[in-house]
Design a protein around this ligand. Structure first.
Ligand code: SAM
Length: 341
């Protein structure tokens, strides 16, 4: 007798022929940092607790993405995902999901690392595969100014804890802002080579809560790569595929470095991502203003078919690309911390 099984999996293809493979889930809009390029110092209004998807609801939605649509990359983010209580329990639930072929989707986390020492082993044991840790300055005073928290030592310790727990590679995200930390490009490259972590510079995007973004504050990919190459010669790593970072390897074999050039060289043509906000709204782009309410489907007793239909409807509206820098560009109504970076 054969096992009962659900509908055959289908690819989730948008109108421009891109297949969705990657789901980024914000598990909370709260954060223990107040990075200047992301949040105001105070005055954020948090989502009421009852509006957040529960772990069971998140698992249900993700199960539909994984089983029905073969989505094989899951990344937890926020806000700061580690401030959501019992995060390893959620990771454990997601680690039970299986792709149509029987494989496990890749489970990743983006965190500011401040409490990662406390969680690293538990998250690893629960099934987390990969971690990216954000750090914007290697200078303690500047770090405190940029994040409004004097936490550089704990973040550095969190990075070490990630390596000790067996995460490999540990990737480190650096948002560069002109006149703020752009003089640290080479310092970060040197540090990444010494520590055995892959540093990835992110171009500053117009997703700050305060609306202070200006194109003049963006440090572009070409400038970043030229600065590093002058000190530590680089060669490109071919074929990025759908990954957002362009990568280079050091010619002396001491690792790799990446740049996420969202502003100067948008990679929308290869984008395979969709995003689920902490309150259960599906977005097909960071810069999208339309949302599709998966929480309403779940909480009104919708079936997996209903969820799959709403997901398909959302992906059917995915646009060709964002238009930062063009006259018709509209900032999204939520900031990065509210969408999930
Ligand atoms: N709190 C976690 C962290 O710090 O990694 C996860 C959420 S955070 C919103 C995800 C990433 O988005 C971080 O690397 C952060 O630096 C980046 N980010 C936030 N605002 C940004 C902006 N306006 N432009 C570019 N990157 C931004």
């Amino acid at each position: 007798m054969s096992e009962p099984h659900g509908p055959d999996p289908v690819d989730l293809v948008d109108p421009f022929g891109r297949t969705v493979r990657d789901l980024r889930i914000s598990v909370t809009d709260r954060c223990n940092f107040r990075c200047t390029y992301c949040m105001p110092a105070e005055g954020m209004t948090w989502m009421p607790r009852e509006e957040l998807l529960t772990f069971e609801e998140i698992q249900r939605v993700v199960r539909v993405f994984v089983e029905r649509f073969g989505v094989d990359g899951i990344r937890l983010t926020g806000g700061e995902p580690t401030v959501r209580a019992h995060l390893p329990v959620l990771v454990g639930k997601l680690a039970t999901l299986r792709l149509p072929g029987g494989g496990r989707p890749d489970l990743a986390l983006t965190t500011n690392g401040a409490t990662f020492r406390l969680l690293a082993h538990e998250l690893r044991a629960a099934g987390l595969d990969r971690v990216n840790i954000s750090i914007d300055s290697l200078q303690r005073d500047r770090f405190a100014l940029m994040t409004r928290r004097d936490e550089l030592p704990r973040v550095l310790d969190g990075i070490e804890a990630a390596q000790e727990a067996g995460f490999d590679p540990v990737k480190v995200n650096v948002v560069l802002e002109r006149g703020v930390n752009d003089d640290e490009v080479v310092d970060f490259a040197r540090w990444g080579r010494e520590r055995g972590v892959e540093v990835r510079f992110i171009e500053f995007m117009p997703l700050d809560a305060t609306g202070d973004w200006r194109v003049a504050k963006v440090v572009g990919q070409d400038e970043i790569v030229a600065a590093i190459d002058a000190v530590f010669p680089l060669e490109p790593v071919p074929a990025r595929g759908a990954a957002p970072a362009d990568r280079w390897r050091y010619r002396d074999g001491r690792g790799t470095v990446g740049v996420i050039p969202s502003v100067t060289k948008p990679f929308c043509g290869d984008c395979d991502r969709v995003r689920l906000t902490a309150d259960g709204q599906l977005r097909t782009c960071l810069f999208e203003t339309r949302e599709f309410d998966l929480r309403a489907v779940v909480r009104s007793g919708g079936t997996d078919d209903d969820l799959a239909a709403e997901i398909t409807r959302a992906v059917g509206t995915k646009w060709a690309g964002h238009s930062i820098g063009q006259v018709h560009f509209l900032r999204p109504n939520r900031s990065m911390s509210q969408i999930g970076g």
